[in-house]
Design a protein around this ligand. Structure first.
Ligand code: S3P
Length: 431
């Protein structure tokens, strides 16, 4: 198990890029595999999670060639996947298991999907329920004390599906995407309603590959789709950029430009939050490539103040809450985060892990049922941090270490590979 040693940073200046967007990289492989013809992907995030998706689709009979700069996916069309000879293994990736389940629900064969120990604890009832109501046969593992819930490994007996009109009980792009991907195989229209909008990369990717989706308050996938290969250039991941933007905001004298970052409005909540806290993050040179907006973000150090964060924005910052909690520790006054119960079923129980680890830096954190209350500003003191195998906890606490006196040791940092290869090297440059 590897460790990351961090100490106080100097001013963070210059220009950087961050690795490709994780959500878009998964979808490019998946939709490329079920499109007709060869899809070329550049900017792909070659992280453990996305490599797990490639591995699964290879086992489903898709030829995927990968070199340093590009991926080529020989898509076989909607009906081209074949029964895998072994269990599909999704590693630590919730996006892989949930979206893949949607695709497998519509196949003419049975497949089994598993993952690592953390995946084994992630709830799958949320996808099983709508997929079953489309006609899918999905079996999973029960867990004592969690009656009515379903956990991996999953066995999916693919078959005939019909469209549904489904209201998401929690805003989740993974659930929405599983239903839409199953909808590609269903008779009739498939409609998904969400109270608060979650990331819409699946909708954009299906449209980019020639599918028809109507969007307004509802998302409706039109039936009998044929998807055709396209080029996909993946922008940098704003969820990875968020750690570096936060570092530049908190470390005095910083001014940093991040180039080629995804700016999909369902993902840019972090920029709104930094603004509302008094920070300075400016977007420049915005353009759309492969159906996704991207541009440059310039961040400068600033004095922050506490804010209340709840409601509609939560799904748009769901992966950024660990680093927002670190920002809150440097903000004058109280920051309260509510409506974020979903954090309890991420790679770790993030409400608990954020509270436990931030307290080690000397921060006053109150753990709430659906969020956190954090008082600042606090002069952080370095210490020994446990990642709980959660990449975003490891990275958020490493950034806290850049603002702390003394040495911070982050234990168990292999997990960072799931989303941000090169993070440790980048952080070392700031010290
Ligand atoms: C993702 C959706 C989000 C997010 C995850 C990636 C996706 O999960 O937390 O990191 O690519 O669709 P939920 O849909 O469970 O909120």
């Amino acid at each position: 198990m590897s460790q990351l040693l961090v100490q106080q940073a100097k001013a963070i200046t210059g220009e950087i890029t961050v690795p490709g967007d994780k959500s878009i990289s998964h979808r490019a492989i998946m939709i490329g595999s079920i499109a007709n013809g060869e899809t070329k992907i550049t900017g792909f995030l070659a992280s453990a999670d996305c490599l797990a998706t490639i591995d699964c689709f290879r086992k489903l009979g898709i030829e995927i060639k990968k070199n340093k700069t590009e991926i080529r996916v020989k898509g076989k069309g909607l009906r081209g996947l074949v029964r895998p000879r072994e269990r599909l293994y999704t590693g630590n990736s919730g996006t892989t298991i949930r979206l893949l389940a949607g695709i497998l629900a519509g196949q003419s064969f049975t497949a089994e999907i598993s993952g690592d120990e953390s995946i084994g604890r992630r709830p799958m009832g949320r996808i099983a329920k709508p997929l079953r109501s489309m006609g899918a046969d999905i079996q999973g593992r029960a867990m004592p004390g969690k009656e009515g819930e379903l956990f991996p490994p999953l066995i999916i007996n693919g078959g005939k599906l019909h469209g549904i009109n489904y209201e998401l009980p929690v805003a989740s792009a993974q659930v929405k995407s599983a239903v839409l991907l199953a909808g590609l195989y269903a008779e009739g229209e498939t409609t998904v309603r969400e109270k608060n909008f979650s990331r819409d990369h699946t909708e954009r990717m299906i449209e980019h590959f020639g599918g028809t989706i109507e969007r307004g308050g509802l998302v409706t996938l039109k039936p009998t789709q044929e998807l055709n290969a396209r080029e996909v250039d993946v922008p940098g991941d704003i969820s990875s950029a968020a750690f570096i933007l936060a570092a530049a905001t908190m470390v005095t004298g910083s001014e940093l430009r991040i180039r080629n970052v995804g700016l999909n409005p369902t993902r840019t909540g972090i920029l709104e939050i930094i603004h509302r806290m008094g920070g300075s993050v400016e977007v420049e040179n915005e353009i759309i490539i492969s159906g996704e907006p991207r541009g440059e973000i310039v961040a400068r150090s600033a004095r922050l103040h506490g804010i209340k964060i709840d409601g509609e924005i939560i799904p748009r910052i769901i992966d950024e809450i660990p680093i927002i909690a670190v920002l809150a520790s440097q903000a004058e006054g109280v920051t309260e985060i509510r409506d974020a119960r979903e954090l309890r079923v991420k790679e770790s129980d993030r409400i608990k892990t954020i509270a436990t680890e931030l307290r080690k830096f000397g921060v006053a954190v109150e753990e709430l049922d659906d969020g956190l209350r954090i008082s600042g500003p606090v002069k952080l003191k370095g210490g020994t941090i446990e990642s709980s195998g959660d990449h975003r906890i490891a990275m958020a606490m490493a950034i806290a270490g850049l603002c702390a006196t003394g040495r911070t040791v982050i234990e168990d940092t292999d997990c960072i590979e799931t989303s941000f290869p090169g993070f440790a090297e980048m952080v070392r440059q700031f010290i």
